[in-house]
Write a protein that binds this ligand. Structure first.
Ligand SMILES: Nc1ncnc2c1ncn2[C@@H]1O[C@H](COP(=O)(O)OP(=O)(O)OP(=O)(O)O)[C@@H](O)[C@H]1O
Length: 341
């Protein structure tokens, strides 16, 4: 993937004061910057009477165009109300920013680097991918792709190697989002570790390539809080922090139903009951490391395999009917990892 030059902007900048993010907003030096930038804003068409509308977290947003498609994708995610509200606020900010620019009013620059905090499988990567597309459709990012990396991708083996590897990935992320999973591990070895070199290179790139890419640091809540508290220069550079709480059993059941529906399967009522039992037991068993929707996805994929084996055993001379082919039964839902595939 080739790096693209800077983001096109068109005299539209925004005041930090305009945004009130429901998730935590950390005021910072970067956010205080009042330097004017040129941004071509492809702000979504305002909703009109002839323009059918859709809802996002109870708010009305346009239902046509690329922006609308991404909003639809976001709205289909189960729960995540804080994320949906935040996205609506960014949308509102851009919309009003455009009206302000048209009215000749000044505006400050907004910084969109973020911290995503939560356990595995709580939707951090999924949301980051949607945010990338959303920012592209809003004209904030040129390409809207996501480069997902972890410590091993950034940190090298000798002096200078880390800066080289990190710069290479930043280059790939230009026009999109650089998503660093388990970002706290960059501070693992303290001052002498090469992880420190990766952090310094990232901070420099955030200065040198303002508005050309968005950096998202993701990881467990406690570890991320500790990481940010031990790197005092960092919090002010990440004005948006979003918590991804563990899903409830009800939400996980909804997610499971969505996942099987996408594959044209259904959970019969007894299977939903079995799923509830399994989820409750698993949540109690792994208090801290429960992998949420990822656990559900693995369980559903395993159940689909078990259903195939069951059906093949049952139907030796005839083929199963449509209903049988679609139904996941309680006996298909087993937690052990053993599998034929
Ligand atoms: N709210 C949701 N609604 C529907 N599906 C979801 C939701 N959250 C997560 N998923 C699905 O669960 C799976 C895991 O999600 P994702 O990879 O985004 O989690 P994560 O927080 O990034 O996990 P990790 O930290 O382990 O990488 C994906 O298949 C994703 O589509």
């Amino acid at each position: 993937m080739r790096a693209e030059p800077g983001l096109p902007i068109d005299g539209c900048t925004f005041e930090k004061e305009v945004i009130r993010l429901s998730s935590r907003v950390i005021s910072g030096d970067a956010a205080k910057s009042s330097r004017r930038i040129n941004v071509v804003l492809r702000t979504p068409e305002p909703a009109t009477v002839s323009d059918p509308e859709q809802q996002l977290g109870g708010k009305t947003v346009p239902s046509q165009g690329p922006f609308a498609d991404v909003m639809k994708e976001l709205d289909q995610l189960v729960g995540l109300d804080n994320v949906k509200e935040l996205v609506y606020e960014i949308y509102a900010l851009l919309q009003i920013g455009q009206y302000r620019a048209e009215a000749g009013l000044a505006a400050g620059q907004q910084v969109y680097h973020m911290v995503f905090k939560g356990n595995p499988g709580t939707g951090k990567t999924t949301v980051a991918r949607i945010v990338a597309k959303l920012f592209q459709s809003m004209g904030l990012l040129q390409k809207g792709h996501l480069i997902e990396v972890e410590r091993a991708d950034l940190v090298g083996e000798y002096i200078g190697h880390t800066a080289l590897k990190t710069r290479e990935l930043i280059k790939k992320a230009m026009g999109g989002i650089l998503f660093i999973d388990e970002a706290y591990s960059l501070a693992r070895g303290g001052e002498k570790d090469f992880g420190k070199e990766a952090i310094d290179t990232l901070v420099k790139a955030m200065e040198d390539h303002k508005n050309q890419f968005v950096l998202i640091l993701a990881g467990y809540s406690d570890e991320m809080d500790y990481f940010l508290s031990t790197n005092p220069g960092l919090p002010s550079r990440f004005p948006i922090a979003i918590d991804f709480p563990d899903y409830t059993v009800d939400q996980l059941v909804q997610i499971a139903e969505l996942m099987v529906k996408e594959r044209e399967y259904t959970l019969i009522p007894d299977s939903v009951m079995r799923l509830r039992q399994l989820l409750t037991a698993e949540k109690n068993r792994t208090l801290t490391a429960f992998s949420n929707a990822r656990y559900v996805r693995n369980l559903m994929e395993r159940s689909i395999r078990h259903q195939a084996v069951r059906l093949l055993g049952q139907y030796t001379t005839t083929s199963p009917g449509r209903q049988e082919l679609m139904s996941i039964k309680p006996e298909d839902m087993r937690t052990e990892k053993r599998s034929i595939l």
